[in-house]
Design a protein around this ligand. Sequence first.
Ligand code: ADP
Ligand code: MG
Ligand code: ZN
Length: 498
Amino acid sequence: MTTAPGAAEATAEQAERWEPVIGLEVHVELSTRTKMFCGCATDFGGAPNTRTCPVCLGQPGSLPVANAGAVEYGIRLGLALGCRIAPDSRFHRKNYFYPDMPKNYQISQYDVPLCVGGGLEVVTGAGRRHVGITRVHMEEDTGKSSHVGSGGRIHGADHSLVDYNRAGIPLLEVVSEPDLRSAEEARAYLTELRAIVRTLGISDAKLEEGSMRCDANVSLRPVGHTVFGTRVEIKNMNSLRSLGRAILYEVVRQRGLLDAGEPVVQETRHWDEDAGRTSPLRRKEEITDYRYFPDPDLVPVMPAPEWVERLRADLPEMPGVTRSRLTEGLGLPAEQAHTLVHAGLAGLLQDAAAAGSGPAEAANWLTNEVLTWCAEHGVDPADAPLTGAALAELVGLVADGTLSARLGRSVLVDALDGRGTPGRIVAARGLRQISDSDRLAAAVDEAIAANPEAAARVREGNPKAVGPLVGAVMRATGGQANPRVVNELLRSRLAAPG
Ligand code: ADP
Ligand code: MG
Ligand code: ZN
């Protein structure tokens, strides 16, 4: 069944008989300097298989040692999510065979994870919802295979290559309770979790680059029932948009089955972004028995309670708190505060306000021009190449009339393009807005002379006809004329005789 995303959305949201039940499993790649169980560097982009050692290659006789930094990151995330930190958690071996995993087992956690319980709040058009966190556990990443020939897929490939640079990089897996009820809530949950992770500075959490990955478990149940239906796990969503589309597709697919009286099969399905649909990957009966057992080479993780309390005391401000500071403290509308916090721009806004900018003005430049520029340049807004001081300077130049709003936009783009601070750009481009009526008089007269028909219509009492005249003055002054002064001059020159 292929359904256009728009149609799927409409029908999925209108569904009355079935209620979607969704739980997410999110992997976060930690930005520690070294890997989870060895001293290899985690830097991205080295030549294949150069960041490896006997431990992460699983050579006989090598011994893993847990990275204390990764444990600290895991505890900090657990604390931020309100989890209980296990006083004594264990590493297990999850056994399976796949070429990207050199040891033939992955070190993970099983029955005693690092963090349990907790939750976070999501807000959507449907209101506020508390989403429980089942657990946060530590594990290690696998290597990366590339299949040569056949368009990158394993089937029909000439040969496959494996790069173990990623093998052993620390991951946190965050498992939610099946508390989400729509694609929109799932997106809001992932957005909020990403904001928390970034606020903690434990990962760059980029879905597109794979440093944050999300699997979605989706089932339906009749509205009003408490028992859950059979779930399907969907993999391979590489953006918030894909996550939303995949869930909507799956809700519509399952509803079709259930309405036709057919069962939903418990299975893992693969999301195909281009085709816009999910397809079966493996069925429950094919799901591997991982034969988990405690890793005999690793000691239990027993964080000292004083250490945990110190980490708790040192937690940064969480996004929810930042949002209320932007709304209640700085007077921004809730929607805009939300956008800024999730784009990672709250810090920039606060820096601009601290540098003397009006918060509303700075927020508008950020949510309009800066976000647009970032989208056009494929830059994560959190990495926007702008300082709070530069933004405040721009706001000041517009507020004091040096720049029109239009010139302000152009200067901001130049600043983002790396051409210097707004003040320097204005000086270098000779951009000061001209508000002096004596300097504009000649251009206004020329505009009137060159557009006699428009001028006549204004004289006859049609104020809208002034547009082309203002446009002519703006062109003649390279956009630097102050439109307000130009309007005033034109009106006084063209006032109806009388
Ligand atoms: P597994 O390893 O088999 O995927 P986990 O317990 O790690 O199992 O993850 C299960 C995920 O599926 C959790 O996020 C949970 O909330 C979710 N889940 C469990 N049951 C359902 C259900 N009936 N419908 C939707 N999601 C579910
Ligand atoms: Mg799962
Ligand atoms: Zn190594």
